[in-house]
Design a protein around this ligand. Structure first.
Ligand SMILES: O=C(O)CCC(=O)C(=O)O
Ligand SMILES: [Fe+2]
Length: 346
């Protein structure tokens, strides 16, 4: 007997998901660990994106975050505007449709950015500008559960992301905690609740334009509408939603720390058709702002495939974390730049 599946003839090939699916529980299973690590290494080098199951985030919390996200976007426009990011030197709060730029082009999405909930630092004029990134979030007074649920989501996803970071370190033949120096000072992270309203206008196709994520790792929850795409060999591959799976991708910091062995890949979101609205929730594990990105001493057999991070001449990467983080935020949010960081205007 063969193990050919029904219908899997040469004429009707089974549709394979474009990206691998990894089960995080396999990292702790003695008999699966080596395969898991090899798959993780492969996925992260090949396309820099994969689906994660077995992440342990419970369904109730997933339902709660979807519900609170929908409630937030359903608030009257004036209440969302009351917590506009344009009021926040820490780049926290609500961004209206079309106000965020990717490579200079407006994105057709609205969103709320929620970072690590920490007080603003007391600074003097001699302190570097990036120290102003730390500070409180803005919360809508009419939706107290937004704070509660999103902080729980951030804490939960942070621990999943850190488990993955440990798995990556082991997969690269480093001590499990080799990259903990990036995350064990004042925590930095970003949670974005995002809403993409549909459109049939040809000039409104960009939900978010092609970009790489700036942090360490991104864990994305998608609703059941497609739209996310990742670039591979000059083509755009769809990353369709898989129920219960998180989409994981490598950020530029991890690319830099591995001298390009792990790849931060370009991705984008297409606007849904008119009448359809897509929601997503992105959790970005970011490095603490102090300090700089280390370079992992990869063993020779891995180092030979680490060809240096792909540097974008328009957006060169720096090892210093704070200035790099501020630069990214200034480019995306011109209204915050104008109001709080005019010295950085071109
Ligand atoms: O909404 C999505 O599916 C992805 C969003 C994204 O790539 C981002 O915000 O960095
Ligand atoms: Fe992204």
């Amino acid at each position: 007997m063969t193990n050919k599946r029904r219908g899997a003839t040469p004429d009707t090939p089974q549709k394979q998901p474009a990206l691998p699916i990894l089960d995080l529980r396999d990292f702790q299973r003695t008999d699966q660990r080596q395969t898991f690590l090899a798959n993780l290494r492969q996925a992260a080098r090949d396309v820099g994106f994969f689906y994660l199951i077995g992440h342990g985030v419970n369904d109730t919390l997933i339902q709660q975050i979807w519900q609170v996200s929908r409630r937030f976007f359903a608030l009257p426009q004036a209440e969302k505007n009351a917590i506009s990011m344009a009021n926040s030197p820490h780049f926290r709060g609500y961004t209206q449709l079309g106000r965020e730029l990717t490579r200079g082009v407006p994105d057709r999405r609205e969103q709320i950015d929620i970072g690590a909930e920490l007080p603003a630092l007391e600074l003097s004029s001699k302190d570097p500008a990036w120290m102003r990134l730390q500070g409180p979030n803005q919360w809508p007074s009419r939706l107290p559960e937004l704070r509660e649920v999103t902080l729980e989501w951030s804490a939960t996803l942070r621990s999943v992301a850190i488990s993955l970071l440990h798995a990556f370190s082991v997969a690269l033949e480093q001590p499990e905690t080799a990259l903990d120096g990036l995350i064990n000072k004042a925590p930095a992270q970003l949670l974005k609740l995002i809403r993409y309203p549909g459109s049939h206008q040809a000039h409104e196709r960009q939900g978010v334009g092609p970009h790489k994520d700036a942090g360490i790792l991104t864990l994305l929850l998608q609703d059941d509408h497609p739209g996310l795409q990742v670039e591979k060999n000059g083509e755009w591959l769809d990353v369709p939603p898989i129920p219960g799976a998180l989409v994981v991708n490598i950020g530029e910091i991890l690319e830099l720390a591995t001298n390009g062995y792990l790849r931060a890949t370009l991705h984008r979101v297409l606007v849904p058709d008119a009448g359809v609205t897509r929601y997503s929730i992105g959790y970005f594990l970011s490095p603490s702002l102090e300090g700089s990105v280390p370079l992992l001493p990869l063993p020779e057999h891995l180092a030979k495939d680490a060809l240096g991070p792909e540097s974008d001449p328009d957006n060169p990467l720096f090892r210093d974390i704070g200035p790099n983080a501020l630069k990214g935020r200034l480019r995306s949010h011109p209204d915050v730049t104008e109001r709080f960081y005019p010295e950085f205007l071109p």
